[in-house]
Design a protein around this ligand. Structure first.
Ligand SMILES: [Zn+2]
Length: 437
């Protein structure tokens, strides 16, 4: 049944690919890739103005002759208090003197400087070397957006009425060196990569567990403006094959709360996260450079995570603070006690989260403190221990209690939704071997 449906999908993708060849550009060139597929699928809601969607469905095959041109990167950044275009362009990875001059000092762009309001999100597309392709700056009132783009070698500024079209984007990739290496290659925004790491954070420690050859497939929402990706949304379905083991997650909403479940309707959230460090581009790169002297768990009953000083350390499970202070070689240490006789230790901290003290109630993911090198630490890192009934166990191999399944009354709606998403994920898995006939 499902197979037949996929075949129909393929035929439709093909037809639309021909009608919407230009949309290849909207998703970026995939020239460097051999294992990546990208598909944009419209969601059910009709676009404003009753017009036909611009980007319908398309599927890009590695074997297709791809559009010429450099690889393009999509990035978005939330404006922070005190940001200037200088700081923002740097964070967006724009290294482009001409664009910088245009934005910072041309009279045309002057009024944009008043639009840098904290909390708004700007997005940019650049080439691999940081040359600006386009930049989207939302304007006051939220109804228009300023777009700076390079057209025929010239930079132009125009303003448009905002009408985002939400599309489902499907992408897959394979880990060769790092997660961000793979998501960059597939043109997946950082916010989506981080969401994926969060969704699987009870099963996979993205700092330590990734293997060369791990694969992932994603279905996520992306908002388009005039056929260009402008804002990333949430992940609807994801699959990650880590060290030969397959994990799946499907987005589901009930009572206004959204969460992720596996195909059987069991929550992806478990009693403990696999890693006490928040996953980011910075921590992911740092872990790989870090070579502690005592690297084995046996040698010191804990696991070390290399990370820059100040990186946020989070509680791996719900619990109560049993200790927060200095203790010998641990330096600044937090000990949490959890239900069922579990304890977790977080050591060498630079400092503690505001208000944290003995007896504080903590939820999974709450920030406990910041990475440092207090106590016996050769460099900045987090030392993490996991204790069961008083004795240290290897947190990398401990089996933790799992979460509760969805209520039976929610199951039919969940299953119907998950089946559709599963078909899309299966389609992605098959993609590298699909031929256009
Ligand atoms: Zn250690």
């Amino acid at each position: 049944m499902i197979k037949r449906r996929i075949l129909n999908h393929r035929t439709r993708f093909l037809e639309r690919l021909i009608r919407h060849r230009w949309a290849l550009a909207a998703l970026g060139s995939l020239s460097a890739l051999s294992m990546v597929a990208a598909t944009a699928v419209p969601v059910a809601s009709p676009p404003p103005g009753g017009q036909q969607q611009v980007v319908e469905q398309l599927q890009i095959q590695a074997r297709l002759p791809l559009q010429e041109g450099p690889e393009l990167f999509f990035r978005e950044e939330t404006i922070e208090r005190g940001d200037t275009f200088g700081s923002l362009l740097a964070r967006l990875g724009i290294h482009d003197d001409e664009a910088q001059r245009f934005i910072l000092s041309s009279p045309e762009a002057r009024h944009l400087h008043r639009q840098l309001v904290a909390g708004r999100t700007v997005s940019a597309r650049t080439t691999a070397s940081g040359e600006l392709v386009n930049l989207h700056v939302p304007m006051a009132g939220g109804e228009t957006v300023a777009v700076i783009e390079r057209k025929g070698g010239m930079l132009r500024l125009s303003e448009h009425t905002l009408h985002y079209e939400t599309h489902q984007v499907m992408k897959s990739g394979e880990i060769r060196s790092s997660l961000f290496g793979a998501t960059d290659a597939a043109g997946i925004p950082d916010s989506i990569a981080i969401q994926m790491a969060e969704i699987f954070s009870s099963d996979i420690d993205f700092h330590r567990d990734l293997r060369r050859g791990d694969r992932f497939s994603l279905v996520y929402e992306m908002q388009y403006h005039h056929g260009q990706p402008a804002r990333s949304g949430r992940i609807l379905a994801a699959e990650f094959i880590n060290d030969g083991k397959t994990y799946q997650a499907f987005h589901f909403e009930q009572d206004g709360k959204s969460a992720y479940y596996d195909a059987a309707g069991k929550s992806r959230k478990k009693a403990f996260l696999r890693s006490p460090l928040e996953f980011s581009r910075v921590t992911s790169g740092f872990s790989m450079r870090f070579h502690p002297i005592l690297n084995t768990w046996r040698a010191h009953k804990g696991v070390d995570y290399g990370a820059p000083i100040g990186t946020r350390v989070r509680a791996t499970g719900d619990g109560v603070v049993e200790f927060a202070g200095k203790r010998g070689g641990y330096g600044n240490l937090v000990i949490l006690s959890h239900a069922g006789g579990y304890q977790t230790y977080y050591a060498h901290l630079n400092g503690f989260a505001k208000g944290l003290k003995k007896g504080s109630r903590i939820s999974q993911g709450d920030i406990l403190g910041y990475v440092g090198k207090t106590g016996w630490a050769t460099g900045p890192h987090l030392h993490y221990e996991f204790h069961i009934k008083g004795s240290a166990v290897n947190p990398l191999s401990v089996a933790v209690p799992t979460a509760l399944p969805l209520s039976p009354s929610q199951q039919p709606r969940f299953q119907a939704q998950a089946r559709q998403q599963l078909a899309l994920l299966e389609l992605l898995q098959d993609t590298p071997t699909v031929r256009f006939e």
